[in-house]
Design a protein around this ligand. Structure first.
Ligand SMILES: NC(=O)c1ccc[n+]([C@@H]2O[C@H](COP(=O)([O-])OP(=O)(O)OC[C@H]3O[C@@H](n4cnc5c(N)ncnc54)[C@H](O)[C@@H]3O)[C@@H](O)[C@H]2O)c1
Length: 331
């Protein structure tokens, strides 16, 4: 599916480059791996401990001889150091996602998201990689009321997960300033698409809703459902990662960028759109609001446009259609 789009510069060939994608058996990571392999990358190393990801996310890519999967943990210093040998580009996606999970088990979130991140960042520095990009999150905006969100205005953080992502940003900024490391962060806003897990206690809202619609079950909506989100199709997140690895400006590093569409929709409206795709009538059960959740979310994406050339090609409605069809054909 990535054959039809190209996000790295036209005059750059990926065939002599070695990539390391941590969390590459997860939802977003597996799409980055897919993009790189469809564009002839020389080698794509994947490091994933399979705590949340699934090896089956890479099944359709296993015929590529350039793919090299290692099951292991980002906190394993020796392993990460060894894998980093010969790597030119790193995309760090490994982390324990979910705000509620972090509220329940903050130590586990810190271990994977902070210790694991620092370990990868430091190994990338020691190996002198050309470029590193990592996944941050819109949760770092916390309770800041301004809409749309601009990168330099964040509020009080509302969860251990948000703290872990903010700490990533601080470390990356210091590594850029202190060691001149070429690294930047991407603040994802509700990414969705094929291969996002619909199961488990911390499943994201879109695959959960699609699952319910397909089995003609009601969905649970937190609060009144009028909270808004900037739902972003995964191809846009892949674009941001690739553009960040091959930045068009020399001064693009040491920064963070919103990755979204800049299109705001209520959770209820998103549910109705999915019901239309499934040809069913909405049946929503409202329950209490979720602790740590932000009420409204909408990104200003002009900085990513200016420094990286990021320009989301897939709007939400088209992304929902693609995602719904994928679940119909694959689950
Ligand atoms: N999906 C979103 O909407 C969203 C929003 C904001 C930020 N993010 C961030 O984007 C990244 C990717 O998220 P995703 O949605 O693809 O989640 P995911 O759970 O599908 O992917 C994360 C992957 O990391 C792996 N992993 C976790 N801890 C690890 C460790 N210690 N060592 C090695 N592998 C480990 C998991 O097994 C999984 O495959 C994460 O950093 C997440 O925090 C995602």
């Amino acid at each position: 599916m990535y054959n039809e789009v190209q996000f790295h510069p036209q005059d750059v060939s990926l065939k002599d480059s070695v990539f390391l994608i941590t969390g590459g058996a997860g939802f977003i990571g597996s799409h980055i791996v897919e993009y790189l392999l469809s564009h002839g990358a020389g080698k794509v190393k994947v490091l994933d401990n399979l705590s949340e990801g699934r090896i089956s996310n890479l099944d359709h890519l296993k015929h590529h001889s350039a793919l090299e999967f290692t099951q292991g943990d980002c906190c394993n210093t020796e392993l990460v150091k060894e894998l980093m040998q010969g790597v030119h580009y790193v995309s760090h996606q490994a982390a324990l996602g979910s705000v509620p999970r972090s509220i329940k088990t903050p130590l586990a979130t810190n271990e994977a998201n902070v210790t694991g991140f620092l370990n990868v960042l430091n190994a990338a520095r020691e190996a002198d990689v050309k470029q590193m990009v990592y996944a941050s999150s819109s949760s770092v905006y916390g309770d800041h009321p301004q809409l749309p969100k601009v990168e330099n205005q964040t509020g009080n953080l509302l969860s251990p997960y948000a703290v872990s992502k903010m700490v990533n940003e601080l470390y990356a900024s210091v590594f850029n300033r202190t060691y001149g490391m070429q690294v930047c962060g991407l603040r994802y806003f509700n990414i969705f698409g094929p291969r996002q897990r619909p199961d488990g206690p911390y499943a994201a809202v879109i695959p959960l809703f699609i699952s319910a619609i397909r089995s003609n079950q009601p969905v649970h909506i937190n609060g009144d459902g009028l909270q808004t989100r900037d739902f972003t199709y995964v191809e846009n997140a892949v674009q941001a990662n690739i553009r960040a690895l091959f930045p068009k400006r020399n001064d693009a590093m040491g920064k963070v960028y919103n990755v979204a569409v800049s299109e705001r929709v209520t959770v209820l409206r998103m549910y109705e759109m999915l019901c239309d795709l499934g040809g069913v009538a909405p049946q929503a059960i409202h329950r209490a609001e979720r602790e740590g959740d932000i009420r409204d979310s909408l990104a200003n994406i002009s900085s990513g446009g200016e420094y990286l050339g990021y320009n989301p090609g897939v709007r939400m409605e088209e992304g929902l259609r693609r995602t719904f069809n994928w679940f119909l054909n694959n689950q």
